[in-house]
Write a protein that binds this ligand. Structure first.
Ligand code: ZN
Length: 349
């Protein structure tokens, strides 16, 4: 299928996204705008370009935190959510579980409840205007230590806001092993929250095993390093533990793929029976959209259209939405798929 036709099909099909950092959907122009508004001067080209110039995970995380530092008032989050809404509309994402990283904002003195109430307002607006559902996973973060992660969880427990489904563990797993954060995740589960972790992005199987065994991870963020461990890959397939695969992010950040999508192990994981979903991670930073990512795996990795449809449905079935809703959305995917091909008889499924 040609690229423009593929994009037309994918735009028509409702999708879910499970691994995307809300702060990383901000438009590049919005970054400039927020900076100008809060610092009373334009950002120099040098500073702007340096924000998007990184060669590894550490460099990228620094840029991520730096952009968060430009936000001076909690109301600035509303601008961010304008871009987020646009992104959901452009990609026809009807359901999204997005990571929110509160640490940098809390360090500025913002109150957790203020942040969540503002986000809640934005999410309601997106639901009313665009009929899209957004829920949050709070990234307790492994970049600022265990005490900070526990503080974040305590805020989540105290807030008890229905937009928060659970917690995640973002940041560089090589510098913050999941096992160090086990008490935070034990407590989150005790309080009925869902748990996910970034694991197997850059570190081998032990990191994913710790995430599952010690942090009760219900999904693994990335999980791609499992492709190097046949035995563990088999175990993931047997247990059907969902992997939130983010192809462009991995190609961008990890030297091992030599910048070539063809080296990405998504197809190897899929062929081994692993339960994969496709996500963008940080669309603005990696210049990709969700539809781009589906095109990448279709055009570069040999996934068939049938595979693409299955993976789209995985986005819904692996989400934390109610079981009944999962079935409804999977049926809607089938209906939309059928309808699109009916209107395009020249295209083969
Ligand atoms: Zn991520």
């Amino acid at each position: 299928m040609k690229k423009d036709v593929f994009y037309d099909l994918l735009k028509f099909i409702p999708k879910a996204e499970l691994h995307v950092h809300e702060e990383a959907v901000i438009g590049r122009e919005t970054v400039k705008k927020v900076y100008e508004r809060n610092f009373g001067q334009q950002m120099t080209d040098e500073e702007f370009n340096s924000l998007f110039d990184y060669k590894d995970l550490g460099g990228f995380l620094n840029s991520f935190i730096k952009i968060q530092s430009y936000f001076k008032n909690v109301q600035d989050l509303e601008i961010q959510f304008n871009d987020f809404e646009q992104y959901l509309n452009d990609n026809n994402i009807v359901y999204c579980e997005t990571f929110i990283s509160p640490t940098s904002h809390l360090k500025k003195g913002w109150q957790f409840n203020e942040i969540i109430n503002t986000i809640s307002k934005c999410i309601k607006r997106i639901s009313t205007n665009s009929h899209r559902t957004v829920r949050c996973l709070i990234d307790v973060s492994r970049s600022f230590g265990m005490e900070n992660a526990m503080t974040n969880l305590n805020h989540v427990i105290a807030a008890r806001n229905p937009i928060i489904l659970g917690i995640g563990l973002g940041g560089d797993e090589s510098k913050g092993p999941a096992k160090d954060y086990a008490p935070v995740f034990d407590k989150a589960v005790e309080h009925g929250f869902h748990t996910v972790t970034h694991a197997g992005e850059s570190v081998e199987s032990w990191s994913m095993k710790d995430s599952i065994n010690l942090c009760h991870a219900e999904r693994l963020g990335h999980g791609i390093q499992a492709a190097k461990d046949e035995e563990f890959m088999k175990e993931l397939a047997e247990k059907q533990i969902p992997l939130e695969v983010c192809p462009t992010s991995n190609i961008f950040i990890l030297q091992e793929f030599k910048g070539d999508m063809k080296n990405h192990p998504a197809k190897k994981l899929y062929d081994a029976g692993c339960n994969i979903t496709i996500n963008t991670d940080d669309p603005t930073f990696f210049k990709c959209s969700l539809i781009d990512e589906y095109w990448n795996i279709y055009s570069e990795l040999g996934f068939t259209l049938e595979d693409i449809k299955k993976i789209i449905k995985n986005g819904f079935t692996n989400s934390f939405m109610a079981k009944k809703m999962k079935t409804q959305w999977c049926n809607k995917v089938d209906e939309a798929w059928f309808k699109w091909f009916q209107a395009h008889p020249e295209e083969k499924e």
